[in-house]
Design a protein around this ligand. Structure first.
Ligand code: NAP
Ligand code: ZN
Length: 349
């Protein structure tokens, strides 16, 4: 077994603290990765707090992982020692059903998708995530990370990146489209970057007026402060697409009204309460409500390669691991620019 250092939460209220645990020795198709950087996703906070159902404690969060391959199993083909590598939200699936074969492993028909943490692996053990110094995973769920990327900034691509790239790509959002991005946090700022890169006119829709200058710096063409009713009214019937990254309960009717006829509202944020809205605000204009869950492994690789080619990087604040509880508080108060990334070298201190 491999002794691993990490940070874990032991209950919904304990906060995170140092914790040592064991990982399996790499099997024939596994790689061992020394973790260099780990992003902090709002999903980590939802799960640590058991907001999506009871978590498995101790929980070691982290599904935006960048590191270097330290060891490869005897049958590993994709990687060699020293390669840069990434792991996102999944580490295993059945590999045989139609969805797994089509690169939609997150929807494994047999229900065998194993999440990077807070999940039960095929051997019955609990998975532990990236707030740790190393990880062992099957190479099929490990991504190549180009040396062209700035690795201290790239970790958030593994979740925030793919979760926004995938629906914008699937709906072919691009030239001639007006895209609204709701919520300027980790996912939202990547949605702005991809929307601009794909050629759409991008409007940042935010409840934090202080973020206007940053939104424009990120490439947004327009900004709507949702606390100002006049600015909200001015956007009635305006957008072809809205990508909704908000993590907290919010009034959907307001945003459906901003869509054109046949406009599409794409939910990627997962507030921990049921959605509530008037059917009428969706029906008027034949509007479409849809959602999107991360992205499969081939598309995640495509996104990483796209970012390397187009020099697209998340905006990050790099912090030591012992800052994680403060970082969570700041994420919860929307005080974020625009993703926290933990420098895992700080674990050794
Ligand atoms: P984040 O960095 O905290 O960003 C969320 C943003 O939502 C905030 O910065 C804020 O932006 C806005 N917001 C927060 N509270 C609000 C409120 N009460 N009313 C209106 N807006 C509010 O979170 P994230 O890491 O980007 O994640 C966002 C959500 O996506 C989370 O629920 C996460 O679990 C989910 N997620 C889903 C997937 C998926 O596969 N679908 C993958 C990853 C994450 P402004 O200050 O600009 O308003
Ligand atoms: Zn995430």
């Amino acid at each position: 077994m491999i002794t691993t250092k990490g940070y874990a939460a032991k209950s919904t209220t304990s906060g995170l603290a140092p914790w040592e645990f064991e990982r399996r020795e790499p099997g024939p198709t596994d790689v061992l990765i020394k973790i260099l950087y780990s992003g902090i996703c709002h999903s980590d906070i939802h799960q640590v707090k058991s907001e999506w159902g009871p978590a498995i404690y101790p929980i070691v969060p982290g599904h935006e992982i960048i590191g270097r391959i330290e060891q490869v199993g005897s049958d590993v083909k994709k990687f060699k020692v020293g390669d840069l590598a990434g792991i996102g939200c999944m580490v295993r699936s059945c590999g045989e059903c139609d969805y797994c074969k089509n690169g939609q492993e997150q929807f494994c028909q047999k229900g065998k998708t194993v999440w990077t943490y807070n999940s039960v692996d095929a051997d019955g053990t609990t998975t532990y995530g990236g707030y740790s110094d190393k990880i062992v995973a099957d190479e099929a769920f490990v991504l190549h990370v180009s040396e062209k990327l700035n690795i201290s900034k790239a970790a958030p691509l593994l979740c925030a990146g793919i979760t926004t790239y995938s629906p914008l790509n699937r709906w072919k959002v691009g030239k001639g489209h007006k895209l609204g991005v709701l919520g300027l946090g980790g996912l939202g700022h990547m949605a702005v970057k991809f929307g601009v890169s794909f050629g759409a006119e991008v409007t940042m829709i935010s409840h934090s007026p202080s973020k206007e200058a940053d939104a424009k710096k990120l490439g947004a063409h327009k900004f709507c402060n949702t606390k100002d009713p006049e600015q909200v009214k001015a956007l009635a019937g305006y957008f072809d697409f809205i990508i909704d990254t908000v993590s907290a309960p919010h009034d959907y009717n307001i945003y459906f009204n901003m869509l054109k006829v046949n406009g599409v509202h794409i939910c990627v944020g997962i507030p921990p309460v049921p959605m509530e809205f008037m059917g009428n605000s969706l029906m008027r204009g034949n509007r479409v409500l849809t959602a999107s869950s991360i992205g499969g492994i081939p598309e995640t690789q495509e996104m990483l390669d796209y970012c390397a080619e187009h020099n697209i990087h998340p905006e990050v604040e790099i912090v030591p691991i012992d800052y994680v509880n403060t970082a969570y508080e700041r994420v919860l108060s929307s005080d974020i620019k625009y993703r926290f990334v933990i420098d895992m070298a700080s674990l050794a201190n």
